[in-house]
Design a binder for this molecule. Sequence first.
Ligand code: B1M
Length: 212
Amino acid sequence: MELLDEISQRLQQGMTGEVKRLVQRAIDEGVPAQTIWEEGLRSGMDIIGEKFKRNEVFVPEVLRAAGAMNQAAALLRPLLAASGGKAAGKVCIGTVRGDLHDIGKNLVRMMIESKGFEVADLGVDVAPEQFVSFLQEHEDTDIVCCSALLTTTMPAIRATIEAIEAAGLRGNVKVMVGGAPVTQAFADEVGADSYTDDAGSAANAAAAILAA
Ligand code: B1M
């Protein structure tokens, strides 16, 4: 099996040690870090994301693959930085005020990271003012991601978008929303730029926003 393909396959199987060993071998053989990232790690995560969307794999498999990706990516990071590799874009993500659910939000973060984005995770129960102060301190943020799992915390998505608007920052960032109770109709109503219903689609949407 070709080395990069093998990295992708082992990543999909969540075999962290094997993925790290193969990535190191590729580095030692002189394969460019960007190629290892794109054709080994990222392509493996893309496949897992698509399978997750089709319910062919589930949360544990995605978490294992993401863990393998993160550990192997650590080997590539210094090489990518040295070769002038730049993050695909900058994202901040949080579960909105009053909401403590973070499993889905973490999956979305990992899938977006797998596309090469730098992601700042603000955690759970993130108040609108916290999103705003993050954006004020990090003006180069491209996308804000809001996750909500409770019908009672969906209004906090609206409050977050309103706070970003009130701070005069809405023109600088795109807002993506999601979470089990969130719908496209709700996203339209609150003026979000994107709604997606699973982590893989969220990562694709982030990439599409940056490409546009
Ligand atoms: Co809670 N809980 N919970 N809970 N909990 C739900 C959500 C609930 C549906 C259970 C039920 O009643 N059947 C219900 C909500 C009902 C409603 O509002 N309509 C509920 C409730 C009521 C509560 C409490 C109020 C219970 C109580 O205390 N009485 C309480 C609230 C606490 C709070 O947040 N303030 C509570 C607490 C908890 C735990 C702490 C025990 C735990 C959370 C642990 C944690 O997250 N660390 C928990 C859990 C685990 C659940 C269930 C069982 C599972 C949620 C989950 O992780 N799913 C859930 C019932 C269920 O879904 N079966 C339930 C897996 C995860 C991968 O999916 O989060 O949907 P999900 O994320 C998906 C997509 O939604 C999407 O991508 C992800 C991956 O594909 N997505 C985005 C998510 N964010 C996105 C953002 C995007 C795009 C896509 O763009 C930015």
